[in-house]
Ligand binder design. Structure first.
Ligand SMILES: *Cc1c(COP(=O)(O)O)cnc(C)c1O
Length: 242
């Protein structure tokens, strides 16, 4: 389902930009799905995934009110964060967490969506500057049986959740998943439902979680139907990547 951005009351802006237009369209898709699937308006946050895109486009997105940005590669993020300086925005790390890059992540990011082993979690906690407060963490769940070697199986999840929960400078917030790409809505939904089930199971065993990070440009509606609280959108905002 699509809602045309022109149907919305666009906030007043000084400059019309293609990025703002695209963000409006994504926000309209989110709002329509929230309504359609009985979610509260505004219950799904938008993370703009700016990987492979320059800081000019990020500035443009900032200019139209976007505040949450996602990056997948530390090396690439470093130059952008430096160029943008201390702006009023929150950076979320969504890529593979390599042990030799944890310090930079701990010092510069507000969230990490993609924790799937104890070693990197322990380093992130140890390297988190206390002045920044605890680093928000989602554990990455592997759904759909892809052999990407990333993400935890449902069986591995409880143990790492317990371990992460005990680390002083990490705050376990929920789960993240990247299901295999599918054009079929019901199939998309099935994968997200599996993530949600694992999340509910953790909550039932006492964890105070509030975040489901799931849904990308092509499947955000199915993710919203299954309870996501933050969608990670790259292509639909910034265009295709090389
Ligand atoms: C690249 C990426 C996205 C964005 O995907 P799009 O299909 O471009 O919206 C979301 N999440 C993760 C983890 C990614 O690596």
């Amino acid at each position: 389902m699509r809602v045309d951005a022109d149907d919305l009351q666009a906030p007043t802006r000084n400059v019309m930009s293609a990025i703002c237009d695209r963000i409006d369209r994504v926000r309209a898709r989110i709002a329509a799905a929230e309504q359609r699937y009985g979610r509260s308006p505004g219950s799904v946050a938008l993370l703009a995934v700016s990987k492979a895109k320059g800081e000019d486009l990020i500035r443009e997105a900032l200019g139209c009110g976007q505040r949450l940005f996602g990056e997948s590669y530390v090396q690439e993020a470093m130059s952008k964060l430096e160029a943008l300086g201390a702006t009023d925005m929150a950076w979320h790390f969504i890529g593979a967490v390599q042990a030799n890059k944890t310090r930079y992540i701990a010092e510069h990011f507000a969230w990490v969506h993609s924790v799937d082993r104890l070693k990197s979690a322990t380093r992130l906690s140890a390297q988190r500057p206390p002045a920044l407060g605890a680093l928000n963490i989602c554990l990455q769940l592997d759904v759909g049986g892809e052999t990407s070697k990333r993400g935890l199986t449902a069986a591995e999840l409880p143990r790492l959740a317990r371990q992460v929960n005990e680390l002083p400078w990490l705050r376990l917030r929920g789960l993240m998943a990247i299901p295999p790409a599918s054009a079929d809505f019901e199939q998309q939904r099935q994968h997200f439902a599996a993530v949600r089930a694992a999340y509910e199971e953790l909550r039932a065993s006492g964890y105070r979680l509030d975040t489901l990070s799931m849904g990308m440009s092509n499947d955000l509606e199915a993710a919203i139907a299954e309870g996501t609280t933050i969608v990670r959108i790259g292509t639909a905002i910034f265009g295709p990547r090389p």
